[in-house]
Each structure stands twice: as structure tokens, then as C-alpha cells.
Design a protein around this ligand. Sequence first.
Ligand code: HEC
Length: 269
Amino acid sequence: MEIPVQVRRIGASTVFPIGLGTMNLTHAYGRPPPPEQARLVLHRTLEVGVTHFDCAALYGFGRSEELLGEILKPFRSRIHLASKCGVTGVDGKRVIDGRPATLLRTLDDSLRRLGTEVIDLAGQKAGYLALQLKAFRSQTRGDPDAIGYMWGMASELDDATIDALAAYYSAQKAEPSATGHSAATGPGKGIYEQGVASEGVPACSTCHGPAALGTEDFPRLAGQHAQYVLKQLGSFQSNMRNVAIMHGVAQNLRRAEMQSVAAYLASLP
Ligand code: HEC
């Protein structure tokens, strides 16, 4: 029996509801497949009807785009090709740089690697650090410590310096956590992984990641000082640190729950 597929619209295109992410064709999850196997995967994906392919300049520092460009070129007119900029590889390091001139240059590089004239979807993800520094500078982040320490500190930073700082700090390796590991199995783990259904608190892991390592959009929480996490949750709850997403998350959290999730996060490597 044929099951009807509900297609999706992205801009002017109509695509199959499942797309293929291509990061692991060149790096990330263990050893990447050899190119001939990547070719088989991409061809099979086309065969089963997938038309949306997602890539990024960062994946394999351009190698995923090259591979996709080469293998999918004959099918270009019937596929939807997405890529991302704003985070790229420079001299073997991951660099966040969302300045307009850099975006134009890296997008041109992406088009060349993908062997196409247009990317159907390009998303820039500004780094969390840069966002925060800008929020301090514009005095929109209003928790007491932000006002007390960071508004003044950030007031003189220009965008290029903010980007450079964000790139620098995001490239630093996190120190292994110093806290004991008893909290790692306590009630905080349950809150982090499942939320508190009866109070409408969502699972933290859906945004901050299963191991709390964060993404470009969501800050890393693993190994963070418990006192800091507790303070931030309080500030989100009272809306002094005024971020709608986290206010929604924290509004119904009780103090004891905040404490246990903070202890859990501090215990993570
Ligand atoms: C729907 C997505 C989402 C969920 C679910 C979520 N968060 Fe967040 N969280 C965010 C975003 C976005 C930010 C960045 C806020 C900003 O821009 O200031 C954030 C920021 C934070 C921060 C501040 C980090 C820092 O470095 O200052 C803490 C602490 C935090 N979240 C804890 C939690 C906890 C604990 C949970 C679960 C109870 C949770 N979050 C669930 C999206 C989420």
C-alpha cells in the first residue's frame, strides 16, 4: 500500500518532509565513510524521494559541501540545497564570524564548493557569546550582575572585538568539573532530561543538548558553577534577565528543583 507523503514548503520549494543532514559524510561522528560510500548514501537518499539536503561550510571545513556539490550536481534542478555560514573553519579551527563581509566571502566559497549558483536556504547562527556581549552593551540584559559588572565592561566594545572575543572563548577547552559526582545521579538529572511534566517545565536537554554541551543557539551548561546557574534561573524567573524562552522554562520551577538541576549541571564533565 502506498502511503501518501505530506510534503513541506520551504520558501518557493516543495520538499519531502525528511531531509538529509550531511555533516557525518566528512566528519563529526567517528570515522567518516569513504567517498564512494557517501555517493551510495546520497544516491539511495534521492531514490527514496528525499529532496532536501542540509550542509554547512563548517562540516569538514568545506569537505561536505564539495562532496555534495560533486555528487548531486546532475540532480541539482530537482533538489533543495541548504547550507550555513557564520561559523567556519580557519586554519583548522572553528571560528564564529558573522560580519557582513565575511558572510559574503564565505557564501561565495560555499557556492563554489557546492558547484551551484544559489543556495536555497542559508542560515546564519550568531554565537551566544556575541549575543550576550551585545545585550550587555545595549543594556538589554538586566539581571543585577549584568548591570553591576558587564554593562560598563561591554560599553566600549565594538562588533569586531565582540566577534573576536566570542571566537576566542568558544575555542577554549572547558575544564573538567571540580564538583563531586554525587549530584550526577540525583533528582536534577531527571529534571534536566525530562522536565517536570506536572508543572509544565520542559526538558532542558531539548535545547541545551543531552550532555548540556550547548549548540550555537543554546549555551553550554555542563560544568557550570551551581551558584551561577541558580542565580540565572532566578533571574529568568523574575524576568530581570529578560529572555522569553527561559522565562517560560523557569517560571514554574521551585527553588529546590533549581538547586538540584544546578547541582546536576555542575557535576557534568
Ligand atoms: C526551549 C529551549 C530551552 C529550554 C527547554 C531550556 N533552555 Fe535554558 N536557555 C535557552 C536559551 C535560548 C538561553 C540563552 C538565553 C539568553 O540569550 O540570555 C538559555 C540560557 C540558560 C541559562 C543561562 C546560561 C548562562 O551562561 O548564563 C541557564 C542557566 C539555563 N538556560 C538553564 C536551563 C535549565 C536548567 C533548563 C531546564 C529546566 C533549561 N535551561 C531549558 C533555551 C532553553
